[in-house]
Design a protein around this ligand. Structure first.
Ligand SMILES: Cc1cc2nc3c(=O)[nH]c(=O)nc-3n(C[C@H](O)[C@H](O)[C@H](O)COP(=O)(O)OP(=O)(O)OC[C@H]3O[C@@H](n4cnc5c(N)ncnc54)[C@H](O)[C@@H]3O)c2cc1C
Length: 246
């Protein structure tokens, strides 16, 4: 069995509220191994009666951080695992995880093409790992993140993104707020569409490598719009945060 597929017992080191419905869990891993930005872990929970359930969660932290990973989890209405993580789990708790998993939706600093990241909601998680990896490895490829959230309060990692965009040459952050906007809002205020993608992607040129992550419909419509504006589909990698489990 590949080492990443072995289950290990993670312990919760820290829990950080990101928004009212999103928390980041820092997990200490006894068998930590360096991940590639974009990969995920599986979490497996076991009840006292032996019932087991598992879900996938993307890694939010950069691969350069040793011994631990951040997983950022959005509470899903009546969600079995996300509600448990939000409501029950406290620092010091332990549960099974395996990973890092995934070899397609990954970006490494050795990939020097311009980078276009498109996120919807908690789809920002693996893209944040890529941005943190870009910063930690001092990569300087032109990079843009287009991030769609319902409201200003729903933006995950808002202050870190703001800080990074001011301190990192070549990193541009664009927000769109689809449901409500602050009165002085200067960003986009609609769902991601071809015109928006043209404005954001244009300066990166035709050789940009694209990663899109979020709800299935958002991912598909953004990928279709990018092809429509002339981006080669071979340069677009997608990850859908549909229900997992089993
Ligand atoms: C590769 C991968 C990476 C993922 N990474 C993350 C991550 O970084 N952060 C994160 O918060 N989630 C992530 N997810 C989604 C996560 O795995 C779970 O599906 C999610 O947390 C819901 O699990 P649950 O047990 O709480 O809900 P469930 O008990 O499985 O579902 C409860 C109800 O919610 C619906 N539902 C389930 N999942 C979703 C969803 N994602 N959106 C809307 N409705 C849903 C179900 O259809 C059901 O009606 C990822 C999924 C995949 C496949």
């Amino acid at each position: 069995m590949k080492p990443t597929l072995n289950w290990q017992i993670a312990s919760v080191k820290n829990i950080k509220p990101e928004t009212t419905s999103v928390k980041t869990f820092t997990l200490k891993l006894p068998a930590w191994m360096r991940h590639r930005a974009g990969q995920h872990y599986d979490i497996r929970l076991t009840a006292e009666d032996g019932y087991q359930t598992q879900r996938s969660y993307s890694i939010a932290s950069e691969p350069e951080r040793e011994g631990e990973v951040d997983l950022t989890v959005e509470r899903v209405q009546d969600g079995e695992v996300s509600s448990y993580l939000h409501d029950i789990v406290i620092p010091g708790d332990r549960f099974e995880v395996r990973g890092p998993i995934g070899g397609y939706f990954v970006w490494e600093a050795s990939m020097t093409d311009p980078l276009l990241l498109v996120a919807g909601g908690s789809g920002a998680v693996p893209l944040m790992s890529m941005i943190r990896h870009r910063v930690a490895s001092r990569a300087n490829n032109p990079t843009a993140l287009l991030y769609s959230s319902r409201s200003f309060e729903d933006i995950i990692y808002a202050s870190e993104l703001d800080h990074l965009s001011k301190t990192n040459a070549g990193l541009k952050i664009f927000h769109t707020l689809t449901r409500s906007q602050p009165t002085d809002w200067k960003g986009y205020a609609r769902r991601i569409d071809a015109a928006m993608l043209r404005e954001v992607a244009g300066p990166l040129g035709g050789s940009a490598q694209v990663f899109i992550c979020g709800p299935t419909l958002m991912v598909e419509s953004a990928a279709n719009a990018l092809v429509k504006i002339g981006i080669d589909s071979n340069r677009i990698r997608t990850e859908r945060f549909g229900p997992t489990g089993g």
